[in-house]
Design a protein around this ligand. Structure first.
Ligand SMILES: Cc1ncc(COP(=O)(O)O)c(C=O)c1O
Length: 483
């Protein structure tokens, strides 16, 4: 009998084990900083590139070890990082973190949770099922719809529209996910001018084409021309089509007429997808629920968590009425994977990602910790902040509100008087850049129709009235300085 080989030296892996134990002590202080001082730190660090240029170095042959690498990282984050969980980030639609969600997300990372299938994470997978049920209950989405967690609204739109594409093919007797789109006609896609850039990206990913979308615009802002939309549906003459309803657009927080679009689409052979990335949270408050009434009749719905649910990035959810379509659009089968007819949950086989992190921890924890009532209060707090800010704009002689405020976004511009629209556009664009360079707030510009506007979005529980009062003062002071 031959001898077994002697055990090799384990110096390197022994070192890693020791480092893993030391990690907790090292990170405790960082966590104190990250969690304890969120309110005080500015939104942005000045001139981050001057700090981050130092990242460009060759791959080291001999590493510096975990402690030194992490110290460097912590230092870079402190000197160049954005405080996006903080109370003064109003660009895009950026949510905060509830303490329960933040803690749960850290726990998911600490245990390196995978949620591909029940066997690798019984907790994560069951928790996803439960958290999605709670989300449906919170948002008024029918319990019969099947949900899956993804990275954000872009991928949730991808899920909804991949199912729409599968349905559209099956309507005509072919399986798009098996045979592709080559040689097939184009799927009609109809929406308003409120459609989000993420939808275009998804249409390009799905081979439908980002420019192959018909927007029925009544005006320069992109409001739906309902009559033209209905005529276009009539002209389809029964051919299957995808209709996208935008429940919350990013420039002023406005909504497509959800119920009217739904009624029209339901008179025809349409798949109706609702993009409610942040707007679906209107359903949480009786003050705004009317904005999304009718969305419960959709075939697929997109909701983001890292926006108004206030769970950490990245976290989004797709809900689809026909469960079988999800399985057929995202089929994932191999001999070593769970069988397709296994009744136990495998979220990795009904959505785009196979291996997935434990997003469900944060969603479950925040809903468990604060419940329906807490999340309604969170949403209504942001609605109040938006209304307070709109009031500040309305009463300030050098600020001009540019749109109604149905939800949590206030479109406005700096207008000191005496300048025409073109000069105001240039002034506000320059002011936007100056605000970014200053970094106290994260605030940017967009276009509302032809006009350049600021469009702060309020979706973080940390934002106080004082923060938006300070925003008004800073913006006016910097605007005057530019004149
Ligand atoms: C309406 C809408 N849809 C889609 C997206 C894309 O979301 P995400 O960045 O989470 O993928 C956004 C982001 O702001 C959005 O507002």
């Amino acid at each position: 009998m031959t001898d077994l080989p002697a055990h090799p030296e384990h110096a390197f892996t022994d070192e890693l084990r020791a480092e893993a134990l030391a990690l907790v002590t090292q990170l405790r202080e960082t966590l104190d900083q990250a969690v304890g001082h969120v309110d005080e730190r500015p939104a942005l660090c000045p001139d981050p590139d001057s700090v981050l240029d130092a990242l460009e170095e060759p791959l080291p042959d001999a590493g510096v070890g975990a402690r030194a690498a992490l110290e460097r990282l912590i230092d870079l984050q402190a000197r160049a990082g954005a405080n996006t969980a903080g109370p003064r980030c109003f660009h895009f639609v950026i949510g905060g973190n509830t303490p329960a969600a933040h803690g749960a997300d850290l726990i998911a990372t600490a245990f390196d949770v995978i949620t591909y299938t029940w066997v690798v994470s019984p907790v994560g997978v069951r928790m996803e099922t439960q958290a999605l049920q709670w989300l449906k209950s919170l948002l008024g989405i029918p319990q019969s719809m099947q949900g899956v967690m993804v990275t954000g609204a872009t991928m949730a739109n991808f899920v909804g529209m991949a199912c729409a594409r599968q349905w559209w093919g099956e309507q005509q007797g072919f399986d798009v996910s098996a045979s592709g789109l080559s040689g097939r006609p184009q799927m009609p896609v109809l929406t308003s001018g409120y459609v989000h850039a993420a939808t275009r990206k998804v249409l390009s990913l799905l081979g439908i084409g980002r420019d192959h979308i018909r927007e029925f615009r009544a005006d320069a802002r992109g409001r739906l021309d309902l009559e033209a939309f209905e005529s276009a549906l009539d002209a389809l003459d029964g051919a299957p089509a995808l209709v996208i309803i935008n429940a919350g657009e990013v420039n002023a927080g406005d909504f497509d007429p959800v119920a009217a679009m739904m009624d029209a689409a339901r008179r025809h052979n349409c798949w109706v997808h609702v993009d409610g990335a942040f707007g679906l949270f209107a359903a949480v408050s009786p003050r705004t629920a009317h904005l999304v009434a009718g969305m419960e009749r959709a075939d697929s719905i997109t909701v983001d968590g890292h926006k108004w649910l206030n769970v950490p990035y990245d976290s989004g959810y797709a809900f689809v009425r026909d469960h079988g379509l999800m399985a057929r659009a995202f089929r994932y089968s191999a001999d070593y994977l769970p069988a397709e007819d296994d009744p136990r949950p495998t979220p990795g086989a009904i959505g785009p990602e196979s291996s997935r992190r434990g997003r469900s921890f944060a969603v479950w924890a925040t809903l468990k910790a604060y419940g329906r009532d807490g999340h309604r209060r969170l949403v209504e707090h942001c609605l109040d902040v938006a209304q307070h800010f709109a009031g500040l704009v309305d009463t300030h002689p050098e600020l001009e509100r540019m749109a109604e405020v149905p939800l949590n976004i206030v479109a406005f511009r700096f207008n000191p008087g005496g300048l025409d629209d073109a000069r105001l556009d240039a002034l506000n664009a320059a002011l936007g850049e100056a605000m970014i360079a200053d970094g106290t707030f994260l605030l940017g510009t967009s276009r509302l129709g032809p006009r350049t506007v600021f469009r702060p979005a309020f979706s973080n529980w940390r934002t106080r009235f004082e923060d938006v009062e300070a925003l008004t003062e800073t913006l006016v002071r910097m605007g005057r300085a530019l004149l």
